[in-house]
Design a protein around this ligand. Structure first.
Ligand SMILES: [Zn+2]
Length: 143
């Protein structure tokens, strides 16, 4: 069972083996490690393509910025996920709690799960066949 550490600064869920937060660089020496049940990468399909995702307890969904100095874990840019299509740079995230959940990150245009808009701070469970709408794009969660 992998241990994770919550960053005290930005609340990013880092693997416990990391000494500094992957997002903001804050040192994690005083962060408490806790169990996260056996991590499995989510199977996400966009435009009939299955994404190859890293094994992480948190995956940010969004788009690259125009300068190319930000790239989310699930980058929708190659699928037409632009600002004009309603996709924010940090739009939503998948979080591992022993199963995958989705949370909106205060995106400009919102995140929908099975046609239901996520409220601020709300995390909803993904189940096989869940449809996630990010701007004009649809992502299918296949478990
Ligand atoms: Zn951090």
């Amino acid at each position: 069972m992998p241990l994770v550490k919550l960053c005290p600064n930005c609340e990013h869920r880092n693997l416990a083996s990391q000494t500094a937060c992957q997002v903001c660089g804050t040192l994690l020496e005083h962060a408490n490690a806790f169990d996260a049940p056996d991590l499995v990468a989510p199977k996400i399909i966009v435009n009939q393509r299955t994404l190859n995702l890293p094994l992480q307890v948190e995956l940010i969904i969004g788009r690259t910025d125009t300068h190319g100095d930000w790239k989310p874990d699930i980058d929708l840019t190659p699928f037409g996920g632009t600002a004009a299509a309603g996709v924010s740079r940090r739009h939503a995230r998948l979080i591992w709690h022993g199963h995958w959940q989705i949370e909106d990150l205060g995106s400009a245009n919102g995140t929908w799960l099975n046609r239901q808009r996520l409220q601020s701070g709300e995390s909803l469970d993904l189940t096989a066949g869940s449809i996630i709408q990010i701007g004009k794009l649809y992502l299918i969660y296949h478990g």
